[in-house]
Design a protein around this ligand. Sequence first.
Ligand code: ZN
Length: 199
Amino acid sequence: MDLYSGYINKLIDELAALPGIGNKSAQRLAFHIIGMSSARVNRLAETIRNAKEHVTFCKVCQNLTDEEICPICRNPSRDNSVIMVVENPRDLAAYERTGRYNGLYHVLHGAISPMLGVGPGDIRLKELLERLRGEEVREVIIATNSSLEGETTAMYISKLVKPTGIKVTRIASGVPVGGDLENIDEVTLLRALEGRTEL
Ligand code: ZN
């Protein structure tokens, strides 16, 4: 039975299709949006459109940014001889929140998963290797998640990078198995970083 009008149902469906939003939350959000002033709804719609139109990938680290090179890569006080490889921008944000990592990043936008048909060519690995050729890097810290996909990706990267002579390390497994970095507290993240081991 359709409880609501087609428009509301459509809105609920769109919201429910977003990650982490179940049907109940989608309903709550939909009713909230309907109750908002037209000006606020327009601003929200415009903000979403603008973000989609202008946000692109940093040419260096592949993080999301609306400039050619992101503020982290542009920051001259960061140590550009260390690159931390993460799966997604949320993981980068998690390490940035610790405020204690001063190197650069590389965002893969995924992890290798033979089961899901995600191969090395489907994540931003080529960009990492190009970077390593061009820059004076002394250490690559692999901070992919400790899931099967994250470990597979870490091994793959290690095999590619080690022959170049650059030191390759892996964050310690203080990070729970299968745990997403973004959900882990800062103390644990720092401990994992400090306890990293050479691969
Ligand atoms: Zn960048």
